[in-house]
Design a protein around this ligand. Structure first.
Ligand SMILES: [Cu+2]
Length: 151
């Protein structure tokens, strides 16, 4: 029962994502750039390639002196949660995390947990994760890519 709901929900999300891309006139996931503000910190989330699988997420802390940043993600409507991963500080205020934060397409809520002399704070940002290539016509366009007649 859960699996069926899962499949239906996934199909709905893919359709929704495809619709967004058609409206946007693009065939690839667009880079994500979101700024979120709390009482202690302000952070900007940058995802160059917002696709499922291994993700590289950059966090720029523009307000507040953060010593550590950790990320986790939740897809509430499907009950998914990914374990927290630690970001590495590449330069002052700029953190990068690499990991399986977004295992599937859809809208994910990213939690950014920051800690520093000012204290701990958790910020959130919603982001759409989508297939690398979403075609308007799914029936024929992907078929012609393979090597024809070889192998
Ligand atoms: Cu799912």
């Amino acid at each position: 029962m859960i699996r069926r709901w899962h499949a239906v929900a996934a199909a709905t999300l893919v359709t929704a994502a495809a619709a967004l891309f058609v409206v946007g006139g693009s065939t690839a996931a667009r880079p994500v750039s979101l700024t979120t503000t709390g009482t202690r910190y302000t952070a900007t989330v940058l995802i160059a390639d917002p696709a499922p699988g291994q993700a590289t997420v950059e966090i720029e802390v523009s307000r507040g002196d953060a010593d550590s940043v950790s990320l986790s993600a939740v897809m509430a409507e499907m009950g998914h949660a990914t374990p927290e991963i630690s970001a590495t500080e590449r330069e002052p205020g700029r953190f990068v995390a690499v990991g399986e934060l977004f295992p599937m397409n859809g809208v994910w809520e990213l939690s950014i947990r920051l800690d520093g002399p000012a204290g701990e704070e958790q910020l959130t940002a919603k982001t759409l994760i989508a297939l690398r290539r979403v075609r308007r016509c799914s029936s024929t366009s992907t078929r012609a890519r393979g090597p024809s007649g070889s192998g």
